[in-house]
Design a protein around this ligand. Structure first.
Ligand SMILES: Nc1ncnc2c1ncn2[C@@H]1O[C@H](COP(=O)(O)OP(=O)(O)OP(=O)(O)O)[C@@H](O)[C@H]1O
Length: 264
């Protein structure tokens, strides 16, 4: 899908990120845990890619490694020519918890990444983003004064403020109620279509994956391997009511069967 036009791609986009034979073992007191096994994946520029799979199959391990927050035991991850072994300025991460500092107001939370980098905040960009996500006027509020959805909007603004080209999202809406989650799904789809960022998004919800993704990477139970990659060629923008159509529900059922029928 071409994010900017919402039309199917005429030619495949260039490759943005490459995961090449990624493996990860954790050493624990009770022995080694084999979390990810020989995963190879190419993420296209401007693509919305969802990672889906049973709990504990290594989705977060893979995503955190793509963020440079975990070292791999084997294999390589690259963004363009750069090997990812530590956080990269072009890659931002969003977590299930908004992780706002409770003692800072909203604007000071959003400016934090700039402070860490000792850069002047891009105030114009921040102002436009706050307006875009409906948080203009809330700059002086503290996290406790904001709903869960508003906090997650703030964390999206905080990551986009530094203008990354890749957004890694680790089940960002998993803690929200169903109504707020629908709103956030629409918002992230709109932002993605407007900005053309490359998004890699973990979810436990097959519905959310089919709604958001250009491609869904289905992982098998631990050690995590890729079991299927599913194209979702539904036109965009996708409205929430699409989720009740027969075509949509059939796609969800087909993926459910892939996950349910994984080899044990
Ligand atoms: N720091 C760690 N030390 C030891 N084991 C870990 C660590 N992090 C994850 N694991 C283990 O690695 C496996 C994969 O975990 P991971 O969190 O990547 O899976 P996941 O698919 O994201 O799970 P979930 O969907 O439940 O969030 C699990 O068995 C988990 O217990």
């Amino acid at each position: 899908m071409n994010a900017a036009s919402g039309l199917p791609r005429s030619a495949p986009e260039p490759i943005k990120m490459v995961v090449d034979g990624a493996s990860k073992f954790y050493n624990t007191r009770s022995g080694q845990v084999h979390a990810v096994d020989n995963v190879s994946l190419q993420v296209r520029e401007g693509e919305f890619l969802c990672l889906l799979g049973p709990s504990g199959c290594g989705k977060s391990t893979l995503l955190w490694s793509m963020a440079g927050l975990h070292g791999l035991s084997g294999g390589q991850i690259r963004l363009g020519e750069d090997a990812i072994t530590k956080p990269h300025p072009e890659i931002a991460m969003i977590f299930q918890e908004a992780n706002l500092l409770p003692w800072r107001n909203l604007i000071r939370n959003i400016e934090l990444p700039f402070e860490i980098k000792r850069q002047e905040p891009d105030r114009k960009r921040i102002e436009a983003l706050l307006k875009r996500v409906g948080l203009a006027g809330f700059e002086n509020k503290y996290p406790r004064e904001l709903s869960g959805g508003m906090q997650q909007r703030a964390s999206i603004v905080r990551s986009l403020a530094v203008n990354p080209s890749v957004l890694l999202m680790d089940e960002p809406f998993g803690a929200l109620d169903a109504f707020t989650r629908d709103e956030m799904n629409l918002l992230i789809q709109e932002i993605w279509m407007e900005t053309g960022k490359t998004i890699i998004f973990i979810t436990h919800s097959i519905t959310e994956a089919v709604f958001l993704a250009d491609r869904i990477v289905v992982m098998s139970a631990r050690p995590g391997r890729i079991s299927n990659i599913v194209d979702v060629d539904l036109p965009r923008p996708r409205p929430v009511k699409l989720q009740t159509t027969t075509d949509f529900l059939e796609r969800v059922e087909a993926i459910k069967a892939m996950i349910d029928h994984r080899p044990s």
